[in-house]
Design a protein around this ligand. Structure first.
Ligand code: TRP
Ligand code: ZN
Ligand code: CA
Length: 434
């Protein structure tokens, strides 16, 4: 089906599902041990872009390093973060004989030894306002930071946000930040997420191919939306994540394309035209008109999803002997049950009273799903039965008392989708025997 048709079909039926569920089930809690990220209002992100545009317009048309529009951009972002309760600091550096600025914002709390950081360059080139490059990333992480504050989120890990100066002159600000971090501070950075150009007017959906955990977190989010992604290849190392990657910090990020031309295959999967992803890249027409709202919206939500997921409750993975099946199994929409199997062997006697059942189901609406564990003799243990589910995927470890089951044999994870419209697949099934 064409993307446009599929999207409108989805939009129509999602409303039906929402309506049906509203009466049937209480607003669902997120899976135990995790808090779902809120939806990031794209209107707020767009307002930040309008404000950055006004700043450029009032300062000679740009927000470039060494120009008044850059410092005004820093002051604008800092004021919002200060008002929301962030601990902010401005880091100065000198480049090309002028002062540059990074803005660092820490959300109080979380484990100081485990830091998740998101960053975007705030400078533009001198030829324009830099609204896609990189008002888009800057505004999206700003709104995500404000959403953290609004929701009173208390993550397990410490959260930090950064806005970099002089990226356009060679990643100058982010290099300065990393170079001035003591080795002990670098070691605390468990992930750096970079967002540079995420609202391109003719967008592609690119995920950086770096740290596998960060990459999978983003890919799962887009899979849940039914939006295909590709690995980012338009110049690895061309943005601030390179400064972090160079010193061994795990990195990841999102990108919707710059001057490269969208292929016909990419037009087929994402829509748009076989022209540049951003025809206004580094030009005077990179204004608020140079933004695709859908791309900005999806990427902003993906950022929040990744920040919540990566900073959330760190459930220490169960230890023991693992039997796992990572083959994808499609779950037919409103259809028959499907299974994924693992064969347990070499375990003596019965299964434990605390059998760890790792479930990884990517789905657009977990409220459609019935999920069971089936023992080798056919006994059924229900893990999830539609209720309490206003969220999407099921990615959690269930503990099952399986002490009456013989351990060795074929165990199955069974999933059935019982309502139309939302869809997904079994991404993985894992049993851990202590
Ligand atoms: N600011 C970047 C640049 O001018 C934009 C960019 C191009 C980019 N290719 C990229 C950002 C790939 C991330 C990944 O170089
Ligand atoms: Zn950029
Ligand atoms: Ca469904």
């Amino acid at each position: 089906m064409k993307l446009s048709a599929r999207l409108s079909a989805l939009a129509g039926s999602t409303a039906l599902v929402l309506g049906a569920l509203a009466g049937a089930a209480p607003a669902g809690a997120a899976p135990a041990g995790a808090t779902a990220a809120p939806d990031i209002p794209v209107a707020n992100v767009k307002q930040h872009l309008a404000d950055l545009q006004s700043i450029a317009t009032a300062n000679g048309g740009n927000r470039a390093h060494g120009r008044t529009g850059y410092k005004a951009s820093i002051d604008f972002v800092k004021a919002k973060l200060d008002a929301a309760g962030y601990t902010t600091s401005i880091q100065q550096f000198t480049y090309n004989g002028t002062t540059g600025y990074n803005l660092i914002a820490d959300w109080p709390g979380g484990d100081p030894n485990q830091v998740i950081m998101a960053g975007s360059h705030l400078d533009s080139v001198t030829s324009g306002a830099g609204i896609n490059d990189n008002g888009s990333g800057s505004a999206a992480i700003l709104e995500t930071a404000l959403a953290v504050a609004r929701s009173g989120y208390q993550p397990d890990k410490h959260l930090r946000f950064g806005w970099w100066g002089a990226e356009e002159l060679g990643l100058v600000g982010s290099k300065h930040y990393v170079n001035n971090l003591a080795t002990t501070e670098r070691a605390k950075l468990k992930g750096y997420l970079n967002f540079d150009m995420i609202g391109s007017p003719n967008p592609g959906y690119f995920v950086y191919d770096d740290d596998p955990t960060i990459e999978t977190t983003f890919k799962n989010y887009f899979a849940g939306l039914g939006v295909p992604t590709e690995i980012e290849t338009e110049g690895d190392g061309r943005s601030d994540h390179a400064s972090f990657k160079n010193v061994g910090i795990p990195v990841g990020g999102l990108f919707t394309g710059a001057s490269r031309v969208k292929s016909s295959a990419q037009v087929a999967k994402w829509g748009g035209t076989a022209t540049a992803f951003d025809r206004c890249y580094h030009s005077s027409c990179d204004t608020t008109a140079n933004i695709n709202d859908t791309a900005l919206d999806r990427n902003s939500d993906a950022i929040a999803h990744a920040i919540w997921t990566l900073s959330g409750t760190t459930t220490t993975p169960p230890t023991g002997t693992v039997f796992e099946n990572t083959a994808d199994v499609a779950i037919p929409d409103n259809g028959a049950a499907v299974t994924s199997s693992v064969t347990v062997s070499g375990v003596t006697g019965n299964a434990p009273a605390t059998l760890a059942v790792g479930v990884d189901i990517v789905h657009t609406w977990r409220g459609d799903l019935i999920v069971d564990l089936i023992a080798p003799d056919g006994s059924v243990y229900n893990l999830h039965n539609r209720t309490g589910s206003s969220a999407d995927n099921i990615q959690q470890t269930f503990t099952v008392n399986a002490s009456s089951e013989v351990a060795n044999g074929v165990w199955k994870l069974r999933a059935q989708d019982t309502a139309s419209a939302d869809t997904g697949y079994i991404n993985g099934f894992k049993l851990t025997f202590p």
